[in-house]
Design a protein around this ligand. Structure first.
Ligand SMILES: C[S@@+](CC[C@H](N)C(=O)[O-])C[C@H]1O[C@@H](n2cnc3c(N)ncnc32)[C@H](O)[C@@H]1O
Length: 290
């Protein structure tokens, strides 16, 4: 295994992400209640019987949420500590539709064209070869299958990059109050959950490896590997906004012109300010060509 990948795997074995406080999930209903609006809106859109891959599933809450309904869900990750937590929760809530398996996305050995939906949230930018990971997960998608990929944006992550430098200074490193303030910008609603604060802080400020990706680069991967662009969060179109009820899997209504290079650049420059609370994280959605 590549030295970077090994560092990343060890990191997630130490800080399984996003982690969970077991008291928060004593029933299946808790899984739905604690889910983000993003997870809930995807859950609403995916039909019964779908075959779903959560590539880089971490501690598994999303894969388990999707498995509450009549679907077949596989969560894969290379961190055994994360998978152990995921499996523990799966057994406790008796969710039979979700399974977990250890796998490296850069060396993925799953049958081709075997999933209707593939999710890869916040994973590829922690690999030494994101494009290879992208190609591997696309290979597992069936024709017309839907792909959701979340990455750090080159522009949107700039403020966080500046704060990472600040966080490396000894007076911040050794001051829990300042560290907590830094990370609560991103998870303000989780201030009471110490575990989550620690895990998120490590993920955002102590990570051994992360890369950043422009929308143009991700769209180039889409084109190279036969994925048709459908939608994004936030919206790529200037002045448009994504609403939690929007269908992420619907074909785009706007013209390609609005996603031309200068418009995309302007949009992403705006993300320096508007995506700061998300650490510059954005999601693109596409469909595999038949
Ligand atoms: C930031 S976490 C995201 C977890 C989850 N997708 C979520 O959105 O909460 C990144 C996850 O990707 C996994 N990961 C990173 N590189 C990987 C690789 N090459 N193969 C499999 N999993 C990987 C890590 O172990 C970690 O669980």
């Amino acid at each position: 295994m590549d030295a970077i990948a090994e560092l990343v795997r060890d990191f997630y074995n130490r800080y399984p992400f996003p982690g969970y406080d077991p008291r928060k999930y004593s029933s299946r209903a808790d899984l739905e209640r604690q889910a983000s609006w993003y997870a809930r809106s995807l859950d609403r859109l995916i039909p019964a019987s779908s075959r779903i891959l959560d590539a880089g599933c971490g501690t598994g809450q999303f894969a388990l949420l999707l498995g509450l309904k009549d679907r077949r869900v596989l969560g894969v990750d290379f961190s055994q500590a994360s998978l152990d937590k995921a499996e523990h929760l799966r057994r406790r809530l008796r969710i039979e539709n979700t399974r977990f398996q250890q796998a490296d996305l850069l060396d993925l050995d799953l049958p081709p064209a075997s999933f209707d939906y593939v999710f890869c949230n916040g994973v590829l930018h922690h690999t030494p070869d994101p494009e290879r990971g992208f190609r591997n997960i696309v290979r597992t998608l069936a024709p017309h299958g839907k792909l959701v990929v979340g990455l750090y944006n080159l522009f949107g992550r700039l403020p966080l990059k500046a704060r990472q430098r600040l966080a490396a200074l000894p007076f911040v490193r050794n001051n829990e109050r300042i560290r907590t303030r830094l990370i609560l910008r991103q998870i303000v609603y989780e201030s009471e959950d110490r575990d989550k604060v620690e895990t998120w802080y490590a993920d955002q400020y102590l990570h051994p490896h992360e890369s950043v990706h422009t929308v143009g680069q991700t769209l180039r991967w889409f084109r190279s590997y036969g994925i048709r662009y459908l939608s994004s969060v936030p919206c790529l179109d200037l002045f448009a906004r994504h609403h939690p009820g929007d269908d992420l899997f619907a074909p785009p209504s706007r013209s390609r012109l609005r996603r031309c290079a200068p418009a995309l650049l302007l949009r992403q420059l705006g993300w320096i300010f508007s995506l700061d609370d998300a650490g510059g994280y954005y999601v693109l959605v596409g469909e595999k060509a038949p």
